[in-house]
Write a protein that binds this ligand. Structure first.
Ligand SMILES: Cc1ncc(COP(=O)(O)O)c(C=O)c1O
Length: 474
């Protein structure tokens, strides 16, 4: 089946396949609706990574996260190569594992040369167990516990100090002799809010002054003075992240100026920083109306802006440049497959198609009013004759995955696929209504591996305890 159908000619699920004439490896996955390997087989079924999605559901059940290894590797490589191409200094791309922290995703990112950004003991342990070198693990968070900081320090990770609480805890731990290796200073980066606004949902903006994350820029001088007096802490650089799902490049251009100025101020206070981390934030294509820049364009903007900012600041030697994308690395590499159950037709008003998952495996629509695309994986060539609302199974009227979706006529048993669900889906999944979290599989060249087992009802009851006095009444 040809992958380059035009929307005008074929009003079917095929329209969601890439319309790009570019070979697969040169497409920017964050600009695609489906993973790079998506195709349609002779049964008119959607295939990802050479695997028939309908067969995968038969084998593994649904809901099912289906992660395409080729797409994840392609995004990782594109980031790494673009930063090398456009930045004349040292670079390191980190994967922001909050987007999806599990062993397989971290291991693939690490295998592609990426480091990992983590925000909890759980994410640190996942990255370590996946084999990530602690030299490439950067620990974030606005309320790290002392135990988490201790784990990160003793494991050899870099700590991103978000506030005074972090700095004081670090100094106290250092006094107690906590370190990775005896006599080694703890590597600390300072996160600050650069005062840069971007156009995205309020909940995922982080660069504005009124934010819970990072130091207020007016307190940076005191932070640098404090750090300069700490013999056990080594301030290795500065960090800022302005938000997520951003389509403009200008905010990242402006960020370079702000962060280089802060870097110079740190040097002015006697510190010797060598690294700048400009965060993540590049958006992805959830629907046809989303038009994010490519990974290459984003990297070029960031790198050029950093070089210009250093040149404009008395030819500051180029720091090592880090970035930490999450959504644009893993988001487009995964789809979620569901099975249709109930169909409710309210004549003249709306048709609801209910699926066997919903807000527990994808909380983004109810949290951020995010819009997704859906297609019928077992009817890819069928005409889109119905406008339906795809509803989740949870006891919440707002548990709607997609409103007014165009689909072929569907009934119970049909397999629906929601696209671009790799980021902030599994990682934000819950057991709301005591629904077990879905399994996740990794597909590549027609082969499939389970990377996360499906939870069972027993798993859900594992941590419940029934006090004896409330025990079963006879
Ligand atoms: C500090 C930090 N870095 C990186 C990211 C990843 O952002 P994104 O997934 O938009 O690339 C986030 C997410 O919001 C973040 O808070």
């Amino acid at each position: 089946m040809v992958l380059t159908q035009s929307i005008e000619k074929v009003e079917s699920g095929l329209q969601y396949l890439s319309k790009s004439q570019e070979p697969r490896e040169s497409r920017s996955p964050n600009q695609e609706l489906l993973p790079l390997t998506a195709s349609v087989n002779s049964k008119n079924h959607l295939e990802i990574g050479g695997c028939d999605v309908t067969d995968l559901v038969e084998q593994f059940g649904s809901p099912l996260y289906i992660l395409d290894e080729e797409t994840l590797r392609a995004t990782s490589r594109q980031y790494r190569e673009a930063f090398k191409r456009y930045y004349p200094g040292e670079t390191q791309v980190l994967y922001a594992s909050k987007a999806w922290s599990c062993l397989a995703v971290c291991a693939i990112a690490a295998d592609e040369g990426l480091g990992i950004d983590v925000v909890s003991a759980g994410e640190i342990k996942t990255a370590l167990k996946a084999g990530v070198n602690p030299d490439k693990i950067y620990f974030h968070g606005n309320n790290k516990s002392r135990e988490e900081i201790k784990l990160a320090v003793t494991s050899g990770c870099t700590i991103i100090a978000d506030n005074w609480w972090d700095l004081e805890n670090l100094a106290e731990l250092a006094k107690l002799g906590v370190s990775h290796k005896a006599g080694e200073r703890i590597r600390v980066m300072v996160r600050f809010t650069p005062g840069i606004e971007c156009h995205t949902h309020d909940y995922i903006k982080t660069g504005q002054i009124d934010s819970k994350f990072g130091f207020d820029p007016n307190s940076l001088k005191d932070v640098f003075i404090y750090l300069n007096k700490q013999p056990s802490l080594s301030c290795v650089g500065l960090h800022a992240h302005i938000g997520s799902q951003i389509f403009e490049v200008k905010p990242h251009h402006d960020l370079a100026d702000a962060i280089v100025k802060a870097f110079k101020a740190a040097i002015g206070q006697g510190l010797k920083p060598t690294e700048i981390n400009i965060g993540g934030g590049l958006g992805i294509r959830y629907t046809e109306s989303d038009d994010p820049p490519s990974i290459d364009d984003w990297a070029k903007t960031v790198c050029d802006a950093m070089v210009a900012a250093c040149n404009n600041n008395e030819k500051l030697p180029l720091p090592k440049l880090l970035c930490e994308p999450g959504r644009s690395l893993v988001g487009s590499a995964c789809v979620t497959a569901y099975t249709v159950g109930a169909k409710k037709v309210i004549p003249g008003i709306r048709t609801y198609l209910s699926v066997d998952g919903g807000m527990s495996d994808n909380p983004r629509p109810i949290t951020y009013q995010s819009v997704y695309r859906v297609l019928a994986a077992n009817k890819m060539s069928a005409e889109l004759t119905e406008t339906v609302t795809v509803a989740g199974k949870h006891c919440e009227s707002g548990d709607i995955l997609i409103k007014d979706a165009k689909l072929p006529e569907c009934q119970s048993g049909d397999i629906l696929v929601v696209t671009a669900t790799g980021a902030y889906n599994y990682s934000m999944a819950s057991n709301y209504n005591r629904v077990p979290r879905p399994a996740a599989v990794l597909v590549k060249d027609g082969k499939v591996d389970t990377i996360v087992e499906r939870e069972t009802d027993e798993d859900l009851l594992r941590f419940d305890r029934l006090p004896e006095r409330l025990g079963t009444k006879k």
